[in-house]
Design a protein around this ligand. Structure first.
Ligand SMILES: Cc1cc2nc3c(=O)[nH]c(=O)nc-3n(C[C@H](O)[C@H](O)[C@H](O)COP(=O)(O)OP(=O)(O)OC[C@H]3O[C@@H](n4cnc5c(N)ncnc54)[C@H](O)[C@@H]3O)c2cc1C
Length: 532
């Protein structure tokens, strides 16, 4: 039965832990180079990468770090574009020798989180986009080995063109965003949390050494290397996501075997049903009925994508796949469970999604759930500024978001998947945004029976200074008030990273210790998911 009344949550009692030593403010001073050291590093980089691998022109750098969030512009000393793993190793050794910190990115479309902008001043950017090989795809063991420049578009096209019965777990970001970049940042696809896709990593450490994880590290290659992701001994993969402990030059990425039948679940419901629906979704994960991530969007977000003029407060979307009989059975279970909570439920198959009169949002969402990247979310962003064509002025491509008028910020909390708690959190979001004269576009994405990732976006016109300042204050306050209410975050932008580090220094002590081992001179991405 769907619970009708909110339950009082039993209070947890946490026994007091052992007394902890005070955490020092910062254990090692941040690296910073003199202008002589920067000049020496640039000369060395030019030797190892070639003239076209090093950009120091201030105008070109200014264009590179322009970002949709209007974050403060940090001083950047160069943009480096290596083509090989060996060049990455060489440039890290140079950076270490001359004490110039590096800030790596894959395709640099980390919109809302800082795009290509580092946290600290004085970094050289490392654009890893030219390492763009699809090194291997294995159908039997369903994985791909890809470099940072491999985009969602290329990998999914590769699978389709070869008729492989495999699909990529794609995100709602641009088709031209990086699979590895999203993975390192611990993003979320339409099927899975992206880190669950990680089955092995090749990383250049802050010392310039190359490290591979699992059996991939072995000099004597076993019969199969990527059939078992944990290898033997410490499981290292997770160390290289959200860590700044290395530059990932390749990743082994899980691919999803395509099933006989895939249908998209769509359901909508009123604000009053949010708590009951969240509880019911948790139960559907617990009993194994739901297997993939569910995305639940508020009306503000849906209205940017659909051709409908009126929509329910919340619209949920997910995937059901398996044999035809399994899908029929599971769909029936889900329908009954959600309808009991007051939701309207529909299932969309391929034919309905691609019918001539299909809603563009439904078509786009179906593509995303079946491994085809789509621009439905990107186009929606531009529509919020009233641009009918999706792009305007000097901006001719959707991907030129960082150079457009469109401004976007994000707050990314992770909520316990319990109706009462999610409803309370949404109340905080609504109140904080209202105080700043804003309405947030929200996604609540249950990933399993225990938690829901949330994406809270505020949009603004970047040409309007007052609006930009207000949006930034709003997102800062959202972090503070959600934190004070006991909620935490799974991902954070470059500006609010410092605030989180100050709120709970103890949280970062373990990461400090790892930094000392893998990046002893703090060369890589200082301040990013780290206090150091
Ligand atoms: C409309 C819209 C929809 C979106 N939908 C989603 C979504 O569904 N899911 C989602 O997760 N995000 C989403 N995003 C956010 C973002 O665009 C994606 O997460 C995107 O994949 C990040 O950009 P990227 O792949 O170019 O990664 P990058 O910007 O290249 O990398 C992200 C960060 O990871 C680190 N990094 C990257 N590569 C390396 C490397 N090789 N070695 C070491 N460190 C590295 C760097 O710190 C970098 O800043 C969306 C954004 C928009 C505007």
């Amino acid at each position: 039965m769907c619970p009708r009344r909110p339950r009082a949550r039993p209070r947890r009692s946490t026994p007091p832990g052992p007394a902890r030593a005070p955490i020092p403010e910062r254990t090692v001073p941040a690296v910073s180079a003199t202008s002589e050291q920067v000049a020496a590093a640039v000369a060395d980089w030019t030797r190892s990468l070639g003239e076209d691998g090093v950009v120091t022109d201030p105008q070109a750098i200014a264009r590179t770090v322009e970002n949709t969030s209007r974050f403060r512009v940090r001083q950047v000393v160069a943009v480096l574009t290596p083509r090989t793993t060996e060049q990455v190793q060489a440039l890290v050794r140079t950076a270490r020798e001359h004490r110039v910190p590096l800030y790596p990115y894959s395709t640099g479309r980390n919109w809302g989180m800082g795009s290509k902008m580092p946290v600290r001043d004085g970094c050289a950017l490392v654009d890893l986009g030219r390492l763009d090989a699809i090194r291997e795809v294995d159908e039997r063991y369903h994985y791909a080995v890809v470099e940072p420049g491999v985009t969602q578009r290329r990998l999914s096209a590769y699978l389709r063109e070869r008729g492989l019965r495999l699909q990529l777990n794609v995100t709602g970001s641009t088709p031209d965003s990086s699979v590895v970049g999203n993975l390192v940042e611990r993003g979320t696809g339409f099927r899975n949390h992206r880190t669950e896709d990680l089955r092995g990593a090749e990383v250049v450490l802050g010392t310039g050494e190359l490290l591979r994880t699992g059996f991939w590290a072995e000099a004597k290659q076993p019969r199969e290397t990527h059939h078992y992701r944990y290898g033997i001994g410490p499981h290292l993969d997770g160390l290289f996501t959200q860590s700044g402990l290395g530059l990932m030059t390749a990743a082994v990425v899980n691919l999803i075997p395509v099933q006989e039948e895939t249908r998209m679940l769509m359901f909508s419901f009123a604000e009053t049903e949010l708590s009951r629906v969240m509880d019911r979704i948790s139960e559907l994960y617990k009993d194994g009925t739901l297997r993939w991530i569910t995305h639940v969007f508020n009306d503000k977000r849906v209205l940017t994508m659909t051709s409908e003029e009126r929509v329910a407060t919340w619209t949920g979307i997910g995937a059901v796949d398996g044999s035809l009989a399994q899908v029929e059975f599971t769909s029936g279970q889900i329908r009954a469970a959600l309808e009991e909570c007051g939701a309207r439920v529909a299932f969309v198959d391929r034919e309905a999604a691609f019918a001539e009169d299909a809603d563009p949002m439904v078509r786009g969402m179906y593509r995303l759930h079946t491994g085809e990247p789509d621009t439905v979310f990107m186009e929606g962003l531009y529509h919020t500024l009233g641009s009918e064509s999706g792009i305007e002025g000097e901006v001719t491509e959707l991907d030129e978001l960082d150079h457009s008028r469109f401004g976007m910020l994000a707050c990314l909390p992770i909520f316990p998947l319990e109706g009462e708690q999610v409803t309370e959190a949404m109340g905080i979001v609504e109140r904080v945004c209202a105080r700043h004269g804003l309405v947030a576009a929200v996604a609540l994405n249950p990933i399993d029976s225990t938690c829901a990732e949330s994406v809270i976006n505020v949009y603004f016109d970047r040409t309007d200074e007052e609006a930009a300042g207000r949006a930034q204050r709003c997102v800062r306050t959202l972090h503070r008030e959600l934190y004070a209410a006991g909620f935490r975050f799974y991902r954070v932008d470059i500006e609010n990273m410092g605030q989180l580090a100050e709120l709970d220094p103890e949280l970062w002590a373990g990461a400090d210790a790892l930094k000392a081992a893998f990046d002893p001179d703090h060369i890589i991405a200082p301040g990013r998911y780290s206090r150091l």
